[in-house]
Design a protein around this ligand. Structure first.
Ligand SMILES: [Zn+2]
Length: 153
């Protein structure tokens, strides 16, 4: 008898949910609100990510594999080259294969380009670790820079 009274009365009072919060109703509204905010924030991040990913389709070379700051810096260099800035003005230098030009993006990254007539065409961005063995081999340079086909849009 006493137990029945307790059950009826307890409905009037806040209860403790499995999460540890207290409140009214069939589920914890604090946790539900927090989950809703997280889902909303996740959707915002997904949208930002998609917008960011879409910017890559306009790049003449593949930049998706790079950290965002490196991708941005590379775009500035590519844009400067397109506007006619000399590679020497960007601290670029010719490698053992004369038509291959290496331009520093940051200390760790190099933009490899090939000379086509009077144009310097960006080919790929490489980390210093990947770049070093390549730069030391004319054969590998020829293969991966001169014969490298630009991506087809
Ligand atoms: Zn809760």
């Amino acid at each position: 008898m006493g137990g029945e009274v307790m059950i009826r009365r307890s409905r009037k009072y806040r209860k403790r949910f499995a999460c540890g919060h207290r409140g009214y109703g069939r589920y914890c509204h604090r946790c539900a609100d927090r989950a809703a905010r997280r889902r909303a924030a996740w959707r915002v991040r997904q949208t930002q990510r998609r917008v960011w990913q879409e910017t890559f389709s306009d790049d003449p070379i593949e930049l998706r594999h790079l950290p965002p700051a490196i991708a941005e810096k590379t775009r500035q260099i590519v844009s400067a080259l397109e506007q006619g800035t000399g590679h020497w003005q960007l601290a670029g230098k010719r490698l053992s294969v004369r038509e291959v030009i290496s331009i520093p993006v940051t200390y760790r990254y190099r933009l490899l380009c090939r000379e086509e007539g009077d144009r310097v065409v960006p080919v790929k961005v490489m980390s210093h670790e990947d770049y070093n063995p390549l730069a030391n081999s004319s054969k590998r340079l020829r293969h991966s820079v001169l014969r490298y086909n630009r991506r087809v849009k």
